[in-house]
Design a protein around this ligand. Structure first.
Ligand code: GAR
Length: 206
């Protein structure tokens, strides 16, 4: 079977991108990564992509007169590179239903909270302030509703008495680096089925 083409969308540090690239280099992920696109030109993750010889693009919404045109540019890149799967790895822009209507492959997102708790921005800070005893991360399918698509996988991270936003975020991030490549592998291999809101995951033997 032909290798799947995976595009990674980023906005910042790119540590999840790096985790994916490393797993690919170890042959854990069998896919092409034709490009990485960043919503910001100062995203550190762009250098990570370049270091791994991946083509990079910066597509900043401010350079477009409408969201429609901005998303058309992203869609153009996905078409040009025959992208099958998109991974939002710390991508801080919301994609509209227009984008999802035209890109029909799976779009995965990693979120630093146990959804449906704490969707949106500053999830770790809000979880800490709320006083939860368990935080975590979620990999889900992107749909029209922000951070509300069917859930592929979650990891629970205990909150300690002396946690700060930074320490909690770091512990969550370490788990993200394991969880996101694991889910991406499932999606590349097609070992899942969506039943309403539920994602059924199969191992290679069934
Ligand atoms: C990660 O913690 C990711 O879960 C979060 O941004 C960080 C990106 O880190 N994403 C969101 O908050 C999306 N709503 P990275 O750039 O080092 O991968």
């Amino acid at each position: 079977m032909a290798q799947k083409n995976v595009a990674v969308f980023i906005s910042g540090k790119g540590s999840n991108l790096e985790a994916i690239l490393k797993k690919r280099e170890l042959s854990y992920l069998d896919c092409n990564i034709p490009f990485v696109v960043s919503s910001r030109k100062d995203a550190k993750g762009l250098q990570i992509a370049k270091d791994h010889h991946i083509q990079t693009y910066v597509v900043n919404h401010r350079c477009f007169s409408s969201r429609h045109l901005y998303e058309e540019k992203l869609l153009e890149l996905t078409k040009k590179h025959s992208i099958d799967i998109i991974v939002l790895a710390g991508f801080m822009k919301i994609l509209s239903s227009h984008f999802m209507h035209h890109f029909t492959g799976p779009i995965l997102n990693i979120h630093p909270a146990l959804l449906p708790a704490f969707p949106g921005l500053n999830a770790q800070k809000r979880a800490l302030e709320y006083g939860v005893k368990f935080a975590g991360c979620t990999v889900h399918l992107v749909t029209d509703n922000v951070d509300a698509g069917p859930i592929f996988a979650q990891e629970i991270i205990p909150v300690f008495n002396d946690d700060s936003e930074e320490s909690l975020s770091l512990r969550i991030l370490e788990r993200e680096h394991i969880l996101l490549p694991e889910v991406l592998k499932i999606v590349i291999d097609g070992n899942y089925e969506i039943m309403g809101r539920r994602v059924l995951i199969y191992d290679d033997n069934n």
